[in-house]
Design a protein around this ligand. Structure first.
Ligand code: HEM
Length: 411
């Protein structure tokens, strides 16, 4: 049981460390109780911690625009910025940083390609992948399961969806990681420059992916979008390339973390793991509870377009706002015993981990499908799985993406 208690000596707003995601939950709880909305000087953001306030903000795109969702938290130094300007990267967003009417127009077209039947078609391939990866390490008796399973599986799936050939996978992955660090990380000027160079390469790669589909139509996401464009749907080459640029990023680490956080929580709460081994039909609800309790993305951003009152606090026009979904997900007013991990929770799927409103995650069914398949195959093949004792869990240093760096397990 998690006995989360906030710091008794500091106010939540002082105890809140935006880039440290090791165990932010006690401070979140303290903030919900004492200061549900506070201003964080380090980020220059209002931080919102209660379920209903977060949901209301997600639900009102006019007053709370998502246009800042992809902006770097730290100012980009002039050299790196010039490089990105020249590379055509300024203001680039697939969907999450856009607003209507462009958002509505592009999302409608992209949704036709991101549909359940395309995801379902992938299920047998996802299962084959999961089985072969598990079989590759199952003789070892112990492994870092992030490295041997959780990292590569969603990468392969998103690359299948985007039609990126196997030989390009490692290269494209390393570029895509630069995106996380440059946007949500805390880099030095020199580091920014290296990552900016990577982003330009990554963006050029996505543009080439679209150009190739025009020459050779393919049965994948960019192929579909190029086909819709030819049929008269209003979407530009730059918008299609931006979707690839975003989806590669949105669809990988988030799902790696869902699988990694999931295995970790299930093994810490061992009875839950055993229950899934006995009753695999409980897995889909367990995936929802993992998303609620240990979300891959603990925070997301909005900016107020006018003065607004949220939770009784007045937020001036033009304010940057950080929504702590990782906190809202444990809000006792919405989730009874919210600090407890319970795979049978009836309303687990009410979590905010994939957003809400017009930007609700388009890849949600795919991420859940991948996690379900992985848990089905793992519980079936390695029911004795347990966490290697005495390990400390490290999480990448950034504001939003809560991903265990490694997860040592044995059986
Ligand atoms: C556990 C996995 C995932 C999590 C936690 C997650 C979370 C999120 C969140 C928080 C948003 C922003 C929602 C908002 O602003 O209201 C979002 C949007 C989005 N996600 Fe995901 N996501 C995941 C997996 C995926 C996958 C696998 C894909 C693609 C294959 C994907 C594609 C997208 C896209 C395209 C958007 C933008 C939607 C829009 O703005 O209209 N996501 N996701």
């Amino acid at each position: 049981m998690n006995t989360a208690v906030g710091c008794p000596f500091h106010k939540a707003s002082e105890a809140y460390k935006p880039f440290d995601l090791t165990n932010p939950f006690p401070v979140y709880k303290q903030a919900r109780e004492e200061e549900p909305i506070f201003f964080n000087e380090e980020l220059g953001y209002y931080v919102v911690t209660r379920f209903q306030d977060i949901k209301d903000i997600f639900g009102n795109w006019k007053v709370f625009t998502s246009e800042n969702a992809q902006s770097p938290f730290k100012t980009i130094a002039p050299k790196a910025k010039a490089l990105m300007d020249e590379g055509g990267l300024v203001g680039l967003s697939g969907l999450s940083g856009r607003i209507p009417p462009d958002h509505t127009r592009i999302r409608r077209i992209v949704s036709m390609a991101f549909n359940m039947s395309r995801f379902k078609k992938l299920e047998p391939r996802i299962r084959d992948l999961a089985v072969s990866m598990i079989e590759d390490f199952s003789h070892k008796g112990k492994t870092n399961i992030i490295k041997d399973l959780a990292y590569d599986l969603p990468a392969h799936v998103i690359f299948m969806l985007l039609g990126v050939p196997n030989e390009d996978v490692q290269q494209v992955k390393s570029w895509a990681e630069s995106r996380l660090l440059l946007t949500w990380g805390d880099l030095s000027e020199d580091e920014q420059l290296t990552h900016a160079q990577n982003l330009v390469k990554y963006w050029n790669y996505c543009q080439a992916l679209v150009a190739q589909r025009k020459e050779n139509p393919t049965d994948d996401l960019p192929g579909d979008l190029v086909r819709y464009q030819a049929e008269g749907y209003e979407i530009t080459d730059r918008e299609i390339a931006a979707m690839c640029y975003s989806a590669l990023f949105a669809g990988h680490e988030t799902t790696t973390s869902l699988i990694g956080n999931g295995i970790r929580e299930l093994l810490i709460h061992r009875k839950s793991w055993e229950a899934l081994c006995q009753n695999p039909e409980m897995i889909p609800n367990a995936v929802e509870e993992i998303l609620r309790y240990s979300p891959s993305i603990v925070s997301w951003r909005r900016r107020s377009t006018e003065e607004a009152i949220i939770g009784g606090v007045s937020i001036p026009a033009g304010s940057n706002i950080l929504l702590l979904m990782g906190s809202g997900n444990r809000d006792e007013t919405q989730f009874e015993n919210g600090e407890i991990f319970d795979i049978e929770r009836k309303n687990a799927n009410q979590h905010l981990s994939m957003g809400s409103g017009i930007h609700f995650c388009l890849g949600a069914p795919l991420a859940k499908l991948e996690s379900k398949v992985v848990l089905e195959e793992l519980t079936k093949r390695l029911p004795n799985l347990k966490l290697t004792p005495d390990q400390t869990f490290e999480f990448a240093h950034n504001t939003s993406f809560r991903a265990p760096v490694a997860l040592e397990v044995e059986w």
